[in-house]
Design a protein around this ligand. Structure first.
Ligand SMILES: Cc1cc2nc3c(=O)[nH]c(=O)nc-3n(C[C@H](O)[C@H](O)[C@H](O)COP(=O)(O)OP(=O)(O)OC[C@H]3O[C@@H](n4cnc5c(N)ncnc54)[C@H](O)[C@@H]3O)c2cc1C
Ligand code: SF4
Ligand code: SF4
Ligand code: SF4
Length: 761
C-alpha cells in the first residue's frame, strides 16, 4: 500500500494543483458569448495597469473591425455606438480610443473615475510591468507613487475630454441589434456595442473565522500613518498584502504577516525582496509567519495556527487587514447572460448529455459493435454506406466502369467508402485540417505553425490516405501478389473476407499509433510477428528515446491523432479542463487502464502458448468480451476513448481522455519522469496572473512552477504550447537539460512576447 502511495506521489500527486479563478469567459480582444459585448481590464485575468489599458483600446478597435458594427458617429443619436461600463484604467483607455475614432460613446461609472487606484494606500509605490510594454492606444504610466499616478491618469482623461456619467449599471440585455444597459435608477441606455470594464468590483474575500465582523478588521489600507505604534496582523500573500506590510513597517507599525503557503511567490520581486529584508532585520518590525492561518480574532489578540504542526499561537493585536483579494463581480455577468468559466447550468448538462448520446450512437455505428445488454443498432440507426458504393459501381458507361474496376483509384475509393470508418476518418481528417488552419492563423507563433502542419500531415497521410487508398490500390494492382510485396502484405495486412478490399489495411494505423493505444495488432488470435516487432520497437525503444529528449508531448502534441484533434478542434476549449487536487488524483485512472491492458496482454500470450482451447484463450475471447467493463474493445476503446473522450469535448475540453484515461499516456508518464524536457521560467518576469494554468488542457498548475522559478516537469504536459504562447510577459520557454544539467532552449519560438523582444534586439 505504502509503495502504491509513493508511486502515485512520484508520478502524479507531488505536483502543484492550484485551481483556476472563476472569470467571465472572454476570447480574443475580450469577445464574449453575447454579440456586441467585450470584457476588458482586470476581468481578462491579468491584473496590471498596462494590460488594462491595452485591452480597453483593443476592444474598441476590434468592434470597428466587425462587419456587423455600423457606428452612427452622431452625437445627437439616442443610441450610443459604444457604451463603456466602468471608469477605471481600462474603461478610460477604451473611451480614449473611441474618442480618437470619433465614435458616439459614453462612460458609466458608479463611484468616480480611477476609484480602484484612488483607494491604493497613501504613497503606494507603482510598478509598471512589463517595463518594455507600450499599451495599445498610447496611455502612459510614468508615475512612481499613487498620488502622481492619479494625476497622470486624470490628465490623460481630460486631454481626451472624457466626462463619465454617474450611474451604476446592473445588467445588460440584448434586444434585436441593440444592447440595453439597465441602470440602478432611471431609463436604460441603448448601445450598439458595450465594453465591460468594471474590474474586480465584487466582494472582498472572507477569512471565514470567528471575530471577522469586528470593527478592527479591514479589507483595505488607506493611510499607514493612522496605525503608527499599533500591533497589526496582515493576512494574505499577494502584492496588496506585501505592499501594506512594507508601508505599515515604514510608518512605525509592528506588523505580523501571515500567509498560508511556504513561500511568498505571488508578489512582484521588488516586494518579496523588501519583505525578506524587513523580516530578517534586527529591529523586528515585521514578523513573517509563513504556513500559518488565523483561526480567531479577539478584541486585543489574534490566534494563528501553524499549518505544519497544527499548533496555535495567540499574539497581541490591535488591527487586522484581511488582504486576500476580491471576487470578480460574477453576478453582473450572470444577470447579463455572459458565460462564466466553470458555471454549469441545466443547459450545460442537457447539451452535454445529448452530445454524449450522439457519440454513443456514432461509435457503435462506426465500429459495428453491439450495444451491451441490447445488441446491434436497429437498421434505422445504422445507415449502410455500402449502398452508395453499390450505386456508384452500378453506374453505366465509362464512369461506372472506373468504379467497378478496383485497380483504378475510383474503384479502390468506392470499395473503401463502403464502411462507416471511411467516412469517420475522412470527417476526422477534414476537421483537423480546417481547425488546424484556424489555429495557425489565430495563434501565430513559429512553434504552432510547424506543430499544426505536422499534425495535419500525419493525420491525412499515414492515418487516412495510406490505409484507405494507397495500400488497397497497390493491392488491387498486384503489388502484393508475389515476392517481397506478398511477404509485406501477409505480415502486416492479413487477407480477410469481411473487408471490401480483401485485406486488413486498417492495421496500418499501427505504424503511427503505438501499443496500448492501438492494441488490436497485439490482441490477435495468433501472434502477428511483424506488428509485435514494429510495435515493440515503437513502444519500448522509440517512445522512451524521444520522450527523454523532448518530453511526452513529442508524441501527444506532434504525432497522435487524438492529440491532433485536441490541438485543432479543441483549441478554443482548453480552458474548460478542470483543475485542482481532486482532479489530479483522477490522473491515476490511466495507470489502472494500463495495468488492465498489460494483464490482457499476458492472458493473450498465455493463450497463444497454451492453444485456442485453453482457459487463457477462453478468458480472452469469451469471458472478457461478455462483460462490458472487462471488454477492452468496448469499455476502453469505444466507451472511454470514444463516447466520453469526444462526448465531453465541448464541455470539459478536448483532452479528457488524454489526461485521465489513455493507457499509452499512462506508460509515457513513467518514461516522462526520466525526461530532460522542461518548461523553463524566468521568475522575475512572472506576475502570478495564472493565465498559463488556466489555458492548460492537461490541468497542470504551471504558474506554481513559474512564480517560484522552477522548471515545469509534470509528466502530463503534451507540449501544446498554450501556456508559453499565452503568457503575457514571456516568462516561459520550452527546452531541456543537457548532460551537465544546463538549460538548452528550443529553437522554434513558442512565445510571441519573446519573439517580439528578439525581433527588436
Ligand atoms: C492594491 C492594489 C495594488 C496594485 N498595484 C499595481 C501596480 O503597482 N502596478 C500595476 O500595474 N497594477 C497594480 N494593480 C492592478 C491595477 O490597479 C489594475 O490592473 C487596474 O486598476 C485595473 O483596471 P480596470 O479598469 O480593469 O478596473 P478598475 O480600475 O477596478 O476599474 C473598474 C471601475 O468600474 C467601476 N464599476 C464597477 N462596477 C460598476 C458598475 N456596475 N457600473 C458602473 N461602474 C462600475 C468601478 O467603480 C471602477 O472605477 C494594483 C491593484 C490593487 C488592488
Ligand atoms: S494521451 Fe494518448 S490519445 Fe492522447 S495524444 Fe497522447 S497517446 Fe494520443
Ligand atoms: S505546454 Fe503548457 S499548456 Fe500545454 S500541456 Fe504543457 S504545461 Fe500545459
Ligand atoms: S508564467 Fe504564468 S503566471 Fe507567470 S506571468 Fe506568465 S502566464 Fe502569468
Amino acid at each position: 500500500m505504502n509503495f502504491l502511495k509513493r508511486y502515485a506521489n512520484w508520478l502524479h500527486l507531488q505536483w502543484p494543483a492550484g485551481k483556476v479563478e472563476k472569470l467571465p469567459l472572454a476570447g480574443e480582444d475580450g469577445e464574449t458569448n453575447v454579440e456586441g459585448i467585450r470584457v476588458v481590464g482586470d476581468l481578462t485575468g491579468i491584473p496590471l495597469l498596462k494590460f488594462s489599458a491595452d485591452t480597453g483600446a483593443k476592444a474598441v478597435r476590434a468592434f470597428l473591425e466587425e462587419s456587423r458594427f455600423e457606428p452612427s458617429r452622431d452625437p445627437e443619436d439616442k443610441i450610443l455606438d459604444v457604451a463603456i461600463i466602468g471608469g477605471g484604467v481600462s474603461g478610460i483607455a477604451a473611451a480614449r480610443e473611441a474618442r480618437q475614432k470619433k465614435l458616439h460613446f459614453a462612460v458609466f461609472e458608479s463611484k468616480e473615475s480611477f476609484s480602484t487606484i484612488r483607494n491604493f494606500p497613501k504613497g503606494k509605490p507603482i510598478f509598471t510591468y512589463p517595463t518594455d510594454m507600450e499599451p495599445t492606444g498610447g496611455m502612459h504610466f510614468r508615475s512612481e507613487v499613487k498620488e502622481d499616478l492619479v494625476e497622470e491618469l486624470e490628465a490623460q482623461q481630460q486631454d481626451a475630454q472624457i466626462e463619465p456619467v454617474s450611474a451604476k449599471i446592473e445588467s445588460i440585455t440584448r434586444q434585436g441589434d441593440h444592447l440595453f444597459l439597465n441602470k440602478d435608477e432611471g431609463e436604460p441606455v441603448v448601445a450598439r456595442a458595450v465594453v465591460v470594464a468594471i474590474g474586480r468590483s465584487g466582494n472582498h474575500r472572507k477569512l471565514e473565522i470567528p471575530g471577522e465582523e469586528k470593527d478592527k478588521v479591514f479589507n483595505r489600507l488607506h493611510d499607514p500613518k493612522e496605525f503608527t505604534g499599533q500591533k497589526v496582523l496582515i493576512v494574505g500573500g499577494g502584492d496588496s498584502a506585501a505592499e501594506a506590510a512594507i508601508a505599515l513597517v515604514e510608518a512605525g507599525v509592528e506588523v505580523t504577516l501571515s500567509y498560508r503557503k511556504a513561500e511568498l511567490t505571488r508578489p512582484k520581486p521588488e516586494n518579496v525582496e523588501k519583505i525578506k529584508s524587513l523580516s530578517s532585520s534586527s529591529d523586528e518590525k515585521l514578523a513573517l509567519k509563513l504556513e500559518t492561518e488565523p483561526t480567531a480574532i479577539h478584541d486585543d489578540a489574534v490566534v494563528l495556527r501553524s499549518r505544519q504542526s497544527d499548533q496555535e499561537e495567540t499574539i497581541e493585536n490591535d488591527v487586522v487587514f484581511a488582504l486576500i483579494g476580491r471576487e470578480p463581480p460574477l453576478e453582473f455577468f450572470r444577470r447579463s447572460k455572459l458565460k462564466v468559466l466553470g458555471d454549469r447550468s441545466l443547459s450545460f448538462w442537457l447539451g452535454m448529455g445529448a452530445f454524449v448520446l450522439f457519440c454513443f450512437w456514432l461509435y457503435h455505428w462506426k465500429g459495428g459493435k453491439p450495444v451491451p445488454f441490447y445488441g446491434y443498432l436497429p437498421n434505422w440507426l445504422s445507415p449502410n454506406p455500402g449502398a452508395l458504393s453499390n450505386w456508384l459501381q452500378n453506374l453505366s458507361g465509362t464512369i461506372g466502369s472506373w468504379f467497378r474496376d478496383p485497380a483504378t483509384l475510383l474503384g479502390t475509393v468506392s470499395r473503401s467508402a463502403s464502411t462507416p470508418s471511411f467516412y469517420y476518418t475522412l470527417a476526422y481528417s477534414a476537421v483537423v485540417v480546417i481547425f488546424g488552419i484556424r489555429r495557425i492563423r489565430y495563434r501565430k507563433t513559429p512553434y504552432i505553425t510547424v506543430q499544426t502542419y505536422t499534425l495535419m500531415a500525419v493525420q491525412v497521410l499515414p492515418l487516412f490516405i495510406l490505409p484507405e487508398i494507397i495500400l488497397p490500390w497497390l493491392g488491387h494492382n498486384g503489388a502484393y501478389d508475389s515476392g517481397l510485396g506478398k511477404w509485406f502484405a501477409d505480415t502486416f495486412f492479413p487477407s480477410v473476407n469481411y473487408d471490401p478490399n480483401g485485406r486488413e489495411y486498417w492495421r496500418a494505423y499501427g505504424f503511427i499509433l503505438a501499443w496500448p493505444l492501438m492494441a488490436w495488432n497485439w490482441f490477435t488470435a495468433q501472434p502477428l510477428w511483424g506488428w509485435l516487432i514494429v510495435g515493440s520497437i515503437q513502444t519500448f525503444v522509440i517512445l522512451p528515446l524521444i520522450i527523454r529528449r523532448w518530453g511526452k508531448g513529442a508524441y501527444c502534441g506532434w504525432i497522435c491523432s487524438c492529440g491532433a484533434l485536441a490541438e485543432t478542434l479543441g483549441d478554443r476549449h482548453r480552458h474548460k479542463m478542470p483543475h485542482g487536487p481532486k482532479w489530479n488524483r483522477l490522473n491515476l485512472l490511466g495507470q489502472g487502464i494500463l495495468a488492465f491492458a498489460i494483464l490482457l496482454m499476458i492472458v493473450r500470450i498465455v493463450g497463444w502458448i497454451a492453444g485456442p482451447d485453453s482457459l487463457a484463450s477462453w478468458i480472452f475471447t469469451e469471458g472478457a468480451s461478455k462483460l462490458p467493463l472487462l471488454n477492452y474493445g468496448w469499455f476502453v476503446d469505444l466507451f472511454l476513448a470514444g463516447v466520453l473522450g469526444y462526448g465531453l469535448y465541448f464541455w470539459f475540453s478536448g483532452r479528457m481522455w488524454c489526461r485521465f484515461a489513455c493507457p499509452l499516456a499512462a506508460l509515457m508518464h513513467i518514461y516522462a519522469r526520466f525526461s530532460r524536457f522542461r518548461i523553463f521560467a524566468e521568475k522575475k518576469k512572472c506576475i502570478s496572473c495564472n493565465v498559463c494554468t488556466s489555458v492548460c488542457h492537461q490541468g497542470i498548475d504551471i504558474m506554481n512552477f513559474a512564480n517560484k522559478g522552477l522548471p515545469m516537469e509534470d509528466p502530463e504536459c503534451v507540449r501544446c504550447s498554450a501556456c508559453v504562447q499565452s503568457c503575457p510577459t514571456g516568462v516561459l520557454s520550452f527546452g531541456r537539460y543537457d548532460k551537465e544539467m544546463r538549460p538548452v532552449y528550443d529553437l522554434l519560438n513558442a512565445s510571441p512576447v519573446q519573439k517580439n523582444e528578439n525581433d527588436k534586439s
